[in-house]
Design a protein around this ligand. Structure first.
Ligand SMILES: [Zn+2]
Length: 118
């Protein structure tokens, strides 16, 4: 639709472009890349039948090169039903967050105990 200005499903030319954006907390149509600026994804919607397609700007495609930023080539050898695995950095981040929260809670409890003893 981006190139033909026509819907491939119903041939309508009643198409709107929904620009990719990245608002607070990653809101909007984008792809988050760890430690980098999110890549914006533009969406083209057929207002006649509801079909939509998504496009990434040519200059942003380099972010998705095989092996870079954790992206795998989607090919015949690729099995889509593999369970989701998180990178080690994600797991470490989660553990750190839990430890920080536990530390804050223990500080609050200690403060409460000291406060009550008075
Ligand atoms: Zn359509």
């Amino acid at each position: 639709m981006k190139n033909t200005k026509k819907c491939p499903k119903c041939q309508s030319s009643d198409i709107v472009k929904i620009k990719g954006e990245c608002g607070p907390y990653g809101r909007g149509n984008n792809i988050a890349i760890s430690g980098r600026t999110p890549v914006l994804v533009n969406r083209y919607l057929c207002c006649s039948c509801g079909f939509s397609e998504e496009w990434i700007n040519q200059g942003d495609i380099k972010n998705f090169v095989e092996g870079k930023n954790g992206f795998d080539r989607y090919s015949k050898e690729f099995h889509d039903d593999q369970p989701t695995t998180h990178p080690m950095s994600y797991i470490i981040l989660k553990i750190t967050a839990v430890m920080v929260i536990a530390f804050i809670i223990s500080l609050l409890l200690m403060w409460l105990l000291i406060y009550l003893k008075r």
